[in-house]
Write a protein that binds this ligand. Structure first.
Ligand code: ZN
Length: 204
């Protein structure tokens, strides 16, 4: 069966000056010898080919992008994922698996990072963030903004509430401070509010 990498190359046949037949990358017009090895080598480093296209061809273990030993790399290289999708799928799930509880724990950490740092709820839907997580932890499914704004926000709120209640129960006095900094037209303004509640033990 024809290797699927050739959908990205145009066969040029014999060209004067070259002994072997030639082919050119359809994305950047770079010419190579018409053979699988140079085609794969170019496909791996072509700047016009997206990470997703590379992954579709090589699978998640992009040759040269992992820290695996070379003998494993060459094994991956010999597998043609496009013609054996089931085998490739099995290999990927072997490489990275995630348990249900681990998925939930990571989702909670992700949600906390979003809320505590005041980041966009749509962060997990941005392509570069998805690519980053796919590289770091392929099995982890990022929560979408609906999950973030409902179940996860509720969980983080309840956790924080319990934590604060515990701290308040332990304290004899409670002091609430709000602090703000504002810079406008070289005028440096400091907004500083202090509200102090003194709550006697047992009154909370
Ligand atoms: Zn190219």
């Amino acid at each position: 069966m024809r290797d699927s990498i050739w959908t990205h190359f145009e066969k040029l046949g014999h060209i004067s000056g070259y002994q072997q037949k030639r082919a050119k990358c359809q994305h950047c017009n770079f010419q190579i010898n018409d053979a699988l090895r140079p085609a794969r080598a170019h496909f791996k480093k072509c700047k016009h080919i997206t990470l997703q296209q590379q992954k579709n061809y090589f699978g998640n273990n992009l040759p040269g992008n992992t820290l695996q030993p070379t003998n494993i790399l060459s094994t991956n290289f010999d597998i043609t994922p496009s013609t054996t999708p089931n085998l490739q799928k099995n290999i990927q799930s072997f490489v990275d698996r995630i348990s249900h509880s681990e998925q939930q724990s990571l989702e909670l950490y992700f949600a906390k990072a979003i809320f505590q740092c005041g980041l966009y709820l749509s962060l997990s839907e941005l392509k570069p963030i998805q690519d980053l997580w796919k590289q770091a932890r392929p099995a982890f499914k990022l929560p979408n903004r609906k999950e973030l704004s409902t179940t996860l926000l509720d969980k983080v709120y309840n956790e924080t509430k319990i934590e604060m209640q515990f701290l308040m129960d332990q304290s004899e006095n409670l002091c609430l401070i709000s602090d703000g900094w504002y810079v406008f037209l070289y005028i440096f303004c400091i907004l500083y509010f202090i509200i102090i509640f003194i709550v006697f033990l047992g009154q909370i």
